[in-house]
Design a protein around this ligand. Structure first.
Ligand code: GLN
Length: 515
């Protein structure tokens, strides 16, 4: 018997140990998180859908498998939340869009199949900006999500729901999707760890497509080791995804554990000169510089590297991404899924009119803006000038990464220019909103892995993120210094960052759970 608060404040790997020793059951652990969800949701609103009953059934099943002596992965029995951009058989999946309201997928994404196989109960589906388009979760078609550090502020986006759920102890782990930063930037704004794996390293089968050449599913957690464990559960080749890499995953968990020894001798850390100048909050820069010192103290050599084309990343992204969005979102036509709006009386009842009325009613303003931008960039006469040029810039960015990784083993930068901003502050100014991802987008254009870890609090008392990039297919390479830096920061603060979070919702959730 344990209290809800004691259980949910453990890291996922500590939960796994307690499950293994029989100190807690998966059912207890899952119930504890459902208790927190119940008391936290009125103030946090991280979830679009809570699947408590099926989660408890899955937990019971995980307990039975363990009792039967089945060989199980480490995270077996540890519950998880899933971004509503990832399809779940039998559980409504909307991508936070009215156009998919009520759609219940007939199949599971590969990553969801893998969670089930591993025996990880699914607590529910988390909120996001509609079709993962945004940096604040204010563009959700249903409701915003609040930042657990200050509920008058955004949790970042698009994966604000997954980040807020993990930060508020509603879930120990979550899945996100990252097209331009939607795992890492919310990670920075909520003090969680967020990882965008190598493109092709985790199957995209069943991830609702936003911009297919950039989209990647990845783990969200409170510790580096927790995300490493989850990365190994969801990663690896999948024949149902044509861009999946037909190779073994590198040894990610091993690298994270190695990092915990805090010895980085021989590691070259490259500071990207082009990221972190104008527009970056002083408190963000200060935490970044302190972390560099800690890396150096653990034996890493810090060098400066140039990536001359990174300043063009944002421009290239806002041509390539909307082009792919306009094409991917053409499938929501009122014929196949979710919403259908018929034209009003007096308007010809044609298929084309039905599609127009459905898309007008079903999509929000930001999604419409991107469909229009993308359609324009791809139209005859403009294709080469816009899309063609952006693809050339993309190639130059890939070359920048290749050249930089000749000089350093990992690259680093702040994750996000600012800490969490207030609701309404950026929503009417799309260009300002787009700047949130200035540091994260290069990784998506280059297909390289990148992750954000919490690097302390800025002067405003809000979390700051520190970003690592590694070469393609070498996700393990960034986990080692990330785990080392996390350990050094914990030593410095004498506790993990999240122990500073005030959690009034846990007080009302604190009940004793029994399996
Ligand atoms: N914030 C970025 C955008 O609005 C990234 C989105 C994402 O990674 N899904 O496009």
């Amino acid at each position: 018997m344990a209290s809800t608060n004691e259980l949910v404040k453990l890291s996922a790997s500590q939960m796994a140990e307690k499950l293994k020793s029989g100190e807690v059951s998966s059912k207890e652990l899952t119930q504890a998180h459902l208790n927190v969800i119940e008391s936290a949701e009125p103030s946090i609103q991280a979830f679009l859908k809570i699947s408590g009953d099926t989660a408890l059934e899955q937990a019971e099943d995980a307990d039975k498998r363990r009792a039967a002596g089945e060989e199980l992965p480490e995270l077996s029995g540890v519950p998880i939340a899933v971004k509503d951009m990832i399809v779940t058989k039998g559980i409504e999946t909307t991508a936070a869009s009215k156009i998919l309201e009520g759609w219940v997928p007939p199949y599971d994404a590969t990553v969801v199949e893998k969670l089930k196989k591993a025996g990880m109960p699914i607590l529910g589906k988390t909120n996001l900006d509609e079709f993962a388009q945004g940096s604040s979760t204010e563009h959700s078609g249903f409701h915003p999500t609040n930042n657990p550090w200050d509920t008058s502020r955004v949790p970042g986006g698009s994966g604000g729901g997954s980040a807020a759920a993990v930060a508020s102890f509603e879930a120990p782990l979550a899945l996100g999707t990252d097209t331009g930063g939607s795992i890492r930037q919310p990670g920075a704004l909520t003090g969680t760890v967020g990882v965008k794996p190598t493109y092709g390293g985790v199957s995209r089968f069943g991830a609702i497509a936003m911009a297919s050449s950039l989209d990647q599913i990845g783990p969200v957690g409170r510790t580096v080791l927790d995300t490493a464990l989850l990365h190994e559960v969801i990663g690896g080749y999948d024949e149902r995804d044509s861009t999946s890499i037909p190779e073994e995953l590198p040894k990610i968990v091993k690298a994270a554990r190695e990092g915990q020894k805090m010895d980085l001798k021989g590691l070259k850390v490259g500071v990207v000169k082009e990221i972190g100048g104008e527009g970056f909050q002083p408190g963000v820069k200060a935490r970044f510089d302190e972390s560099l010192t800690l890396l150096e103290q653990m034996g890493a050599e810090i060098v400066e590297v140039g990536a001359p084309h990174f300043p063009y990343s944002l421009g290239a992204y806002y041509i390539i991404m909307p082009s792919e969005v306009s094409s991917n979102l053409a499938r929501y036509d009122g014929m196949r899924y979710g919403l259908r709006v018929m034209p009003p009386e007096g308007v010809p009842q044609t298929a084309a009119n039905m599609m127009a009325y459905t898309r007008e009613a079903g999509f929000g303003d930001e999604v419409k803006r991107r469909i229009i931008l993308g359609t324009y960039a791809l139209s005859a006469g403009y294709y080469d000038a816009w899309y063609g040029s952006a693809q050339k810039v993309r190639t130059l960015i890939i070359r920048d990464f290749e050249a930089a990784f000749e000089k350093a083993d990992v690259l680093v930068s702040p994750t996000s220019p600012t800490t969490a901003f207030k609701f309404g502050e950026q929503i009417d100014d799309p260009l300002t909103m787009y700047l949130n991802d200035v540091a994260t987008i290069p990784a998506n254009l280059g297909g390289v892995p990148a992750m954000s870890i919490p690097a302390g609090l800025s002067d405003d008392g809000l979390p700051v993120g520190f970003q690592f990039f590694a070469p393609q297919k070498r996700d393990d390479v960034m986990y080692k210094p990330a785990a080392a830096l996390e350990a050094a920061l914990n030593e410095k603060w004498q506790a993990p960052l999240w122990s500073n979070l005030k959690t009034p919702w846990l007080d009302s959730a604190n009940q004793t759970v029994e399996a």
